[in-house]
Ligand binder design. Structure first.
Ligand code: APR
Length: 251
């Protein structure tokens, strides 16, 4: 075990209520690109296509969004060893909760119960009406899309439909933010994995825990905006480093 990993494990040894805070980097080893990495999503798509006002105003933006959503937004992506390490921490009784910026559902697919996950930026599973809020069955909307409806509308009010992914300019889901804040108040350590820690308000969550003098460990390939605030930064791949760290504090 590297000296840094051993030091990080020692910092976590007495922690009983660890928060794991994740970003797109925890899912790249499952085949899902991150946003700001070398082949990130923002090198292929414009963030403007993910702005709520553009989505509402521009049918072409909505058409592109549905084309990227169906048939399966993340293909056949499966959880990797980093997602499984978060479950191990939960089963060891040391995880207070996992706050994720990801919309891929891989934490739950790895075995983390839904009540142990707060999805700050929503998830790609649901579909709802922007006008009346009515939820819609994704299978029904996918069938309509397959039959050529490239801009499906609400069954109840004819409003614009949208995946339950938080777009830029959209309010974060209240229940998820509340849950993340509750965990942030109670946590005695936080491990941030695979995030540039550059987007707010999400990045306030680990900062809240660190600002009370608690252990703040960052696992990331490359620099993050909060490296200078961390108790220790572990440079490298999530699916290698997180399992080793969790093994060191649970076995
Ligand atoms: N292991 C560790 N780190 C990795 C790995 C990996 N296998 N793969 C990529 N990374 C690192 C990248 O180098 C990058 O620093 O993960 C970080 C991912 O950062 P971002 O791409 O900025 O993703 P994230 O922090 O989740 O972005 C936050 O920004 O665009 C919005 O809503 C979007 O939720 C997203 C938010």
């Amino acid at each position: 075990m590297s000296q840094d990993l051993a030091f990080a494990a020692r910092l976590l040894l007495d922690a009983k209520r660890i928060m794991v805070f994740t970003g797109a980097g925890i899912s790249t080893e499952s085949g899902i690109p991150d946003f700001r990495g070398t082949d990130g999503i923002w090198t292929k798509f414009s963030p403007e296509d993910f702005m709520l006002d553009r989505y509402v105003a521009d049918r072409a933006v909505r058409t592109r969004a549905w084309a990227s959503r169906f048939p399966k937004m993340f293909g056949n992506a499966q959880p990797n060893d980093a997602h499984r390490a978060v479950v191990d921490l939960w089963e060891a009784g040391k995880l207070i909760g996992c706050v994720t910026q990801n919309i891929d559902g891989l934490h739950q697919a790895a075995g983390l119960p839904q009540h142990a996950v707060a999805e700050l930026h929503g998830n790609a599973d649901g579909i709802a009406c922007l006008q009346c809020g009515a939820p819609h069955d994704p299978a029904d909307i996918e069938q309509r899309w397959i039959e050529g409806d490239v801009d499906p509308r609400c069954d109840h009010c004819g409003g614009i439909l949208k995946s339950t992914i938080v777009f830029f300019g959209e309010i974060l889901p209240h229940s998820e933010v509340e849950q993340a804040n509750r965990w942030a108040e109670e946590a005695d350590a936080v491990v941030a994995v695979g995030s540039s820690l550059s987007v707010y308000p999400a990045a306030y969550v680990p900062l809240e825990i660190a600002s009370r003098g608690n252990t703040f460990i960052i696992i990331n390939k490359g620099p993050t905006d909060l490296d200078s605030v961390a108790s220790i930064k572990l440079e490298g791949m999530a699916a290698t480093l997180l399992p080793r760290l969790v093994d060191a504090i649970t076995s």
